[in-house]
Write a protein that binds this ligand. Structure first.
Ligand code: DC
Length: 217
């Protein structure tokens, strides 16, 4: 089991996909679970910091993955959960203890899939799988992450102001790092990887070699 944690835009998703493919593992994007809960909450007209109601939504909804697609109560929401307003909503609602505890066991179940899983998120190495075989903490500078997000949205035909994206990333980082429930921190035994100036292939090769070392020390 490989845990890949780190802030938004560090390249976690792309890297985790390719690491999972190279190892023949399943990839699980835990952020998508928080985003589905945020989308359901927003649609229900809830406030993202409503501990009671958001917790109830998190326990009620059914989320499943089919390859790269994410389904919320049977509806394909892969695209809608990526909207910037859902990023902001999820950043607030994912700080709620009621929301986090609602999906903790589901994440553990997903992580135990055979022949192995790569779980990407914020607290996989610290809370969900403290005994993961390999923990990677992936980062990049806020400027680099904003630039990547800008490119990603552009490729999807969406145009957002780069300065605004940078501001959102800095605000989300601050929230994710300072919250009392499962803050974004590097696990003591995680390997930190700063990806500024590295290609995706370089990052993937490094993580795959670490994972192979763990399997076959
Ligand atoms: O990785 P992402 O940007 O798709 O995550 C969306 C939000 O969910 C983000 O604000 C952090 C939160 N999250 C979390 O708290 N714990 C996780 N394991 C994954 C994501």
């Amino acid at each position: 089991m490989v845990a890949v944690d780190g802030p938004a835009g560090s390249g976690k998703s792309t890297v985790s996909d390719q690491v999972a493919a190279a190892l023949g593992f399943v990839k699980v994007n835990t952020g998508a679970l928080y985003r589905c809960i945020a989308l359901a909450g927003q649609r229900a007209g809830l406030s993202p910091d409503d501990e009671l109601e958001m917790g109830a939504v998190a326990r009620r909804i059914e989320i499943h993955f089919d390859g790269d697609r994410v389904f919320l109560d049977g509806e394909d929401v892969s695209q809608s959960i990526r909207a910037p307003e859902i990023s902001s909503f999820a950043s607030i609602s994912s700080a709620l203890g009621s929301v986090r505890s609602a999906i903790l066991e589901e994440q553990r179940r997903l992580g135990r899939q055979e022949p192995g899983a790569v779980l990407e998120g914020r607290d996989i190495g610290t809370v969900v799988f403290p005994d993961a075989d390999l923990k990677v903490f992936l980062t990049a500078s806020p400027q680099e992450r904003a630039r990547r997000r800008h490119e990603q949205l552009k490729a999807q035909g969406e145009h957002h102001d780069l300065a605004e994206l940078l501001e959102q990333i800095i605000a989300r980082d601050a929230r994710d790092r300072s919250r009392s429930e499962a803050p974004l921190v590097q696990a003591k035994d995680a390997r930190e990887l700063v990806t500024d100036g590295l290609t995706i292939d370089q990052v993937v090769d490094l993580i795959v070699s670490w994972a192979q070392e763990e399997q076959d020390p």
